[in-house]
Write a protein that binds this ligand. Sequence first.
Ligand SMILES: [Zn+2]
Length: 83
Amino acid sequence: MSEHTDCHDYCAMISEFIDGELSSELCTKLEEHLAGCTNCTVVLNTMKKTIDIYHESNEPAELPEGVKKRLYSSLSLADYIRK
Ligand SMILES: [Zn+2]
């Protein structure tokens, strides 16, 4: 049916996906959605890129909570989702 119904839900999953905190069941769902959704693919790529840049300039470690929050809010995920 509608391909974009769950974009906001998938967006929330993407951060967990990158953190490796997403269950394999949800990973599969997310990957299936990403295959057909440009919006969410852009979000994923942007997040990955941003985190890569962060890792290059710092020790490769878990993002501290504060940094993560700033990162996600600075990405303004909602802006990437055009309904
Ligand atoms: Zn989507």
